[in-house]
Ligand binder design. Structure first.
Ligand code: AMP
Length: 329
């Protein structure tokens, strides 16, 4: 079975964009591939070196992914910091990673702009740790967004370089994986662009009903169609896009017809949309709450996940040490 590795950042809660853009695909993938899903808590230190609540953030995001349906009995779910083998591979890969290529990566340059007072070595070697996370399980597929394509190219380069330098055919070169399904972009409620944490326009899976109602009722629209079958403006199209993922086809068609007949009242559309989002998110929110409060379950999940991940990682480390030339006396 092909191996998939995916890291999940430990900063920020999941929103509808994350759910319909990524999580639904994880849910399908876990049945078809051998999946390693980890929470990248070491990586979070490159931007948040002294987090006030690292543990709580990790616990929250883990609870959210589990509540969505990632099944730790099928997929290996673990914390990056529970697999110290990865730091050894990171160190070894660092010896063959060059400052020039690292300073040239787009994500590094972006971070230098964003946090000029904290251009740390972890930031510079972020792609090396990412490569270690992926190749330590000999993954062949990595579900990443467009923004991570260059980092994945670096992963391939480090894997290839290792094979060439030590004259082996050891690490596979993993490729980006778009799940084999159509990619979807969930828009925000502010009329343009995508839904995102940093955009401040997100509907979170754990938002309470009254918060969802408030956010949706404030969503940008327009002054309404003036002729039949009029092309929709961006903000209105966006509301329909969200409706398509949370509401029934009948509901979507009903409002589309009203729009096409110029009889739509955006207030009604928003009310319906808010209720459908609430119906969709409520069981997930309740489940997050339940899982978050179940420390025994969470600790069992990460313990089992760490065990499985370490088994795979330590085998790689043993072989890598031998390939490089570290041998027991
Ligand atoms: P991020 O929240 O940017 O770390 O993204 C985590 C995952 O969610 C990535 O796979 C993104 O491609 C996906 N994602 C984030 N925002 C959206 C969105 N608005 N629409 C679709 N997918 C998204």
């Amino acid at each position: 079975m092909e191996i998939v590795v995916s890291g999940i950042r430990s900063t920020g809660n999941l929103h509808l964009g994350n759910y319909f853009g990524a999580v639904v695909n994880y849910l399908k993938m876990q049945h078809d591939y051998q999946c390693f899903f980890f929470i990248a808590d070491y990586h979070s230190l490159t931007t948040h070196p002294t987090p006030r609540n690292l543990h709580d953030n990790v616990k929250q995001i883990l609870s959210e992914y589990l509540a969505c349906g990632i099944d730790p009995e099928i997929a290996t779910v673990f914390l990056q910091s529970d697999v110290p083998e990865v730091t050894e591979l990171y160190l070894l890969l660092n010896m063959n990673a060059y400052v020039g290529e690292l300073t040239r990566t787009t994500t590094f340059k972006e971070k230098v702009r964003q946090q000029p007072d904290n251009v740390n070595a972890g930031l510079l070697t972020y792609p090396v740790l990412m490569a270690a996370d992926i190749i330590i399980h000999k993954a062949t597929k990595v579900p990443v967004g467009k923004d991570q394509e260059q980092n994945l190219e670096m992963t391939r380069r480090f894997a290839r370089r290792f094979n060439t330098m030590y004259k082996v055919d050891y690490f596979p070169e993993p490729s980006a994986f778009n799940f084999g399904h159509q990619l979807i972009k969930i828009p925000g409620l502010d009329g343009s662009g995508k839904m995102g944490k940093s955009e401040g326009n997100a509907l979170y899976l754990t938002d309470k009903p009254e918060v969802i109602r408030k956010k949706v009722m404030r969503a940008v629209t327009d002054s309404g169609p003036v002729k039949e079958n009029q092309e929709m403006s961006e903000p209105v199209k966006n509301l329909f896009t969200i409706m398509e993922v949370v509401s029934s086809p009948d509901t979507v068609n009903h409002f589309r017809d009203l729009y096409n007949r110029c009889e739509i009242r955006y207030g009604d559309l928003k009310k319906q949309l808010a209720e459908d989002i609430i119906t969709f998110t409520t069981p997930i929110r309740e489940k997050v709450h339940e899982i978050y409060g179940d420390n025994d379950y969470l600790s069992k999940v990460v313990r089992t996940g760490a065990e499985k991940a370490r088994e795979s990682a330590s085998k790689t480390i043993r072989e890598v040490r031998e390939i490089i030339g570290f041998k027991p006396f």
